[in-house]
Design a protein around this ligand. Structure first.
Ligand SMILES: Cc1cc2nc3c(=O)[nH]c(=O)nc-3n(C[C@H](O)[C@H](O)[C@H](O)COP(=O)(O)OP(=O)(O)OC[C@H]3O[C@@H](n4cnc5c(N)ncnc54)[C@H](O)[C@@H]3O)c2cc1C
Length: 539
């Protein structure tokens, strides 16, 4: 805990992930404008933006996006309108354009508009969750997004690829997590924002003090607080019965012939299995309810995401085997992907849908354990397996426990009664309702990035532009006359596009993103969309 006179700074950003970096880039004075020389292919949007006499930090996004739902352009309906708007301006052709790299945004450097700020994040280098790897997954696993979709402003992933590899980036590349971590770590130096970023530092004890915020861990006073701490920093822990299984792996000095128990039905569980050696035996317990609560892996097309589709296929096949034939392994008829044929699934994978661990008994001097398992049907007899360890991968959450209880109460929705949320266990849903209303979730407290419920990097631009606009206006207003202070406002957004189009509507209530939301799951859909968007450009 720091002592002495607090350092005063306009804005503190908690978290050093991609959204914090985008916001810092803007707050350094890099201002996005609509580039009329590179018009958006949506003529209605283009027409509206032509009337905009200023930057993209101060937008009536309801007005600008109100035609999206009926548009011939396939705008995402899964992200917040302002995030969809900035995303389509950054990359008007979306995933269909991986080579052309068209953009409708021109970034102008206006240092006079810069706002003093500091980004403080616990990841050891810039990049947030891309740098942390709390799950036992290989850093060589490919990203869900194509490289073009994870680029930050001013220094794209393609530029970084060229620097590192000495050759242009191939189109439709899904870079490894390692490559993305390397890119985001390098980004602050390349765009000149490293002076504002403090990595490897944990923020604690933020409370309101008068019209400012006091950050106790760093002895800082600030006017604006931006929460960019994400929803992935905390791994959901197993219940007490399972905890001894987690410790088994730490006791082992050499690989065990016993199977690894993997519990989880999503991407992280799949990542653990993909990362394990091909001869590693795996017992996989997962929730299987395809009609009510399907695994997010179901959306993975076998061409675009062969590893995830391959794991999903194993899960589906295991679920189709009747309980009384549990000890029989299913036979596979279809052609297998390279990933699938890289291991002998019959010998190494046992899928146990909707199965519960009811007992754990340590064996082999704490190097292994016998687990007692109960299938979904209570008519089945319990059965046992010997395991060498547990990967419990049922999800991750964020935490806001760096806010004082009073401030946390202001940030969380009024009806958040659950102990988990009050203790700071934040999911994509927790703040979604408030994000639908306003990303300024309490006076001078903003949320950006995955905390808004739009977890993809491509959708972080909108929230960052919005927060930056308000922070810059606040900074300018504090230097201006009272007359300036009383500018008319609406829902935190200054109405700038007056005229025949101005029929403001409130944003529709959009649920938070999950799984592959925001991605094209199949290369075919990309091909179809690229034909469609070519057609549309004619019209
Ligand atoms: C396994 C996985 C794969 C993904 N793949 C993709 C993909 O392919 N494409 C894509 O676009 N998105 C992907 N995402 C989504 C991810 O949310 C975004 O890529 C991006 O990281 C979100 O950025 P962010 O700035 O919101 O937060 P994060 O990247 O989550 O960073 C927030 C940081 O704040 C830190 N923090 C939290 N509390 C404190 C505190 N008190 N003090 C200091 N620091 C704190 C956290 O530890 C974390 O390092 C993936 C997510 C996961 C988990």
């Amino acid at each position: 805990m720091a002592h002495g006179e607090p350092q005063k700074i306009d804005t503190v950003i908690v978290g050093n992930g991609p959204s914090a970096l985008i916001l810092s880039y803007i707050l350094h004075g890099h201002i996005p404008y609509y580039d009329k020389c590179s018009p958006h292919p949506d003529a209605i949007l283009h027409e509206k933006l032509l009337r905009l006499g200023h930057d993209l930090l101060d937008l009536d996004f309801d007005f600008l996006t109100e035609h999206f739902s009926g548009s011939r352009f396939s705008y995402s309906t899964q992200a917040l309108p302002l995030n969809v708007l900035l995303d389509t301006l950054v990359r008007p052709l979306g995933e269909t354009d991986d080579a052309e790299k068209k953009t409708c945004i021109r970034w102008a450097y206006e240092p006079s508009r810069a706002v003093a700020h500091v980004v403080i994040g616990q990841a050891r280098s810039a990049g947030g969750q891309w740098v942390e790897n709390p799950v036992r997954a290989s850093l060589d696993i490919g990203t869900l997004s194509y490289a073009g979709m994870i680029s930050l402003p001013g220094y794209g992933f393609d530029e970084h690829y060229q620097r590192r590899n000495g050759r242009p980036m191939p189109v439709y590349l899904r870079p490894s997590r390692r490559a993305v971590a390397d890119y985001v770590a390098e980004y602050p130096y390349q765009v000149g924002i490293a002076d504002s970023i403090r990595n490897g530092e944990h923020v604690e004890g933020i409370s309101r003090r008068g019209d400012s915020f006091y950050v106790a861990s760093h002895n800082i006073l600030c006017k604006n607080l931006v929460l960019a701490s994400g929803i992935f920093s905390e791994v959901i822990q197993p219940r007490p019965l399972l905890r001894p299984l987690v410790d088994l792996l730490a006791n082992q000095t050499e690989p065990s012939a016993d199977p690894l128990l993997v519990i989880g039905s999503g991407f992280s569980a799949a990542d653990v299995m993909i990362s394990s050696p091909p001869d590693q035996k795996i017992i996989h317990i997962y929730k299987w309810a395809p009609s009510t609560s399907p695994s997010p892996l179901r959306a993975c097309h076998h061409q675009a995401y062969p590893e995830y589709a391959g794991i999903y296929r194993r899960m589906k096949l295991a679920a189709s085997v009747s309980p009384k034939h549990k000890d029989k392994r299913p036979k596979y008829g279809r052609i297998m992907s390279g990933f699938e044929s890289s291991r002998d699934w019959n010998a190494t994978y046992e899928g146990l849908p909707n199965t519960e661990v009811t007992g754990v008994q340590a064996t082999d001097n704490g190097l292994a354990a016998t687990v007692t398992l109960q299938g979904a049907s209570k008519n089945e007899l319990p059965f046992q397996r010997q395991v060498s360890g547990l990967a419990y991968v049922v999800g991750r959450r964020g935490s806001l426990n760096y806010l004082s209880p009073v401030l946390l109460g202001q940030v969380l929705p009024a009806d958040t009664g659950s102990q988990a949320a009050s203790a700071g266990m934040i999911s994509a849903q927790t703040l979604r309702e408030k994000a639908n209303e306003d990303l300024e979730v309490a006076p001078h407290v903003f949320i950006i990035g995955s905390l808004t419920g739009d977890s993809l990097i491509r959708f972080a631009y909108g929230g960052c532009a919005y927060a930056a606009g308000k922070i810059m206006r606040n900074a300018a207003e504090s230097d201006q006359s009272k007359e300036e202070l009383n500018k008319p406002k609406s829902n935190g957004v200054v109405k700038v596009c007056l005229g025949e189009y101005e029929t403001p509507t409130s944003s529709p209530k959009i649920p938070a993103m999950n799984g592959l939301d925001g991605h094209e799951s199949s290369p075919m859909s990309l091909v179809e969309r690229s034909y469609m968007s070519l057609d549309r450009r004619k019209g």
